[in-house]
Design a protein around this ligand. Structure first.
Ligand SMILES: CC(C)(COP(=O)(O)OP(=O)(O)OC[C@H]1O[C@@H](n2cnc3c(N)ncnc32)[C@H](O)[C@@H]1OP(=O)(O)O)[C@@H](O)C(=O)NCCC(=O)NCCSC(=O)C[C@H](O)C(=O)O
Ligand SMILES: [Mg+2]
Length: 303
């Protein structure tokens, strides 16, 4: 799992649950769920005539729930150029979430406009910005969009892929294994990494199919995603497991780190670990994996 370069602290983003802000029962339930991040959605899951009500419900919810559980709280707003953009940003300032998720980002200016607005409103580093990558234009501009994460105060720190919108726009088929999408997804991952961003895989719509979800999570993990956007509480455990650190991986990481600190390997840049070449870069990867395992354990204790 090559995760360099990283310009942001390590954060858990295995399971990123979307909760429609207009759904009072889902809002109430979300506080008790074991996901790493919650996206409170003001965009596509909320009908136009319910947007104002949803904003009010969200502000009331943020005033009341316990934020000490250590997860990230994110608000997905509507397009800034649309009729709800300005009111959504006002709601963001009232809630002060950890991040704002921008929908249908298509060019760097979409990030810059939101970053400038937040800075002018006096919001320093928080909220950070996340970007939905879900348009054909975004894929064409993906390197430049990611680059704004490095060049514009570091406010951008995560991409979330949206395959429902992308499939709608492009006509790419929705088939198991995502054969026609994998090349595009890899471009998003590489662009994110080149700019030190995290990157979260798209939702799996069939929330009753846990085997299908597990397979897609495994695929996403192997491709390099940090986690999965989810739509239903039943999907959380599957994503946490797939994007977590299993005992075998943790033991291997510990063996690599220990090999480099063994006296007989002092001053060596490369060592022989049970017949396998291990370099310093592998030790750095191993340390990051162990740090992630520590974060997961800390989260378990806080719950
Ligand atoms: C898909 C759903 C509409 C299903 O809802 P429902 O019929 O209520 O499911 P259940 O009866 O099985 O629910 C059981 C209990 O769990 C609560 N619940 C359900 N979903 C959530 C949720 N997301 N967060 C929190 N709690 C949830 C129910 O309230 C039940 O609890 P209780 O009431 O106490 O009995 C629904 O799951 C749903 O609306 N999901 C989220 C939809 C959403 O957020 N859509 C936007 C994100 S998808 C996206 O962004 C796509 C992307 O942009 C792209 O282009 O690809
Ligand atoms: Mg979408």
């Amino acid at each position: 799992m090559n995760r360099t370069p990283h310009h942001h602290p390590l954060r858990l983003r295995r399971s990123v649950l979307s909760v429609p802000a207009a759904n009072a029962r889902a809002l109430a339930k979300s506080a008790s769920l074991d996901c790493d991040a919650i996206i409170f959605d003001l965009e596509d899951s909320v009908l136009p005539e319910k947007k104002a009500e949803a904003r009010e419900a969200l502000v009331a919810h943020f005033a009341a729930f316990d934020r000490s559980v250590g997860r990230e709280h994110v608000i997905r707003i509507n397009a800034l150029s649309g009729p709800d953009g300005a009111a959504d940003l006002e709601a963001v300032l009232a809630c002060m979430p950890d991040a704002v998720l921008l929908p249908k980002v298509s060019e760097p200016q979409d990030i810059l406009t939101a970053a400038d607005w937040l800075s002018e409103a006096g919001a320093d580093e928080t909220p950070r910005l996340w970007a939905m990558i879900e348009t054909a234009a975004a894929l064409l501009n993906i390197g430049a969009i990611a680059e704004t994460g490095r060049t514009h105060g570091g406010r951008l720190d995560c991409f979330v892929v949206g395959l429902n919108d992308l499939r709608k726009e492009t006509g790419i088929a929705d088939v198991a294994g995502r054969p026609y999408l994998v090349p595009l997804l890899m471009q998003v991952i590489v662009a994110a990494r080149a700019s030190g961003l995290d990157v979260v895989d798209s939702v799996f719509n069939d929330f009753a199919d846990s085997e299908g979800l597990a397979a897609e999570c495994r695929q996403g993990r192997l491709m390099g995603f940090d986690g999965k956007m989810l739509i239903h509480p039943a999907q959380i455990d599957v994503a946490n497991e797939a994007f977590g650190v299993d005992e075998g991986d943790a033991a291997e990481a510990l063996a690599i780190v220990s090999a480099f600190s063994a006296p007989e390997n002092a001053g060596r840049g490369v060592v022989n670990l049970r017949g396998r070449m291990v370099e310093k870069l592998h030790a750095e990867q191993a340390e990051r994996l162990l740090a992630k395992a520590d974060l997961i354990n800390e989260r378990k204790k806080r719950r």
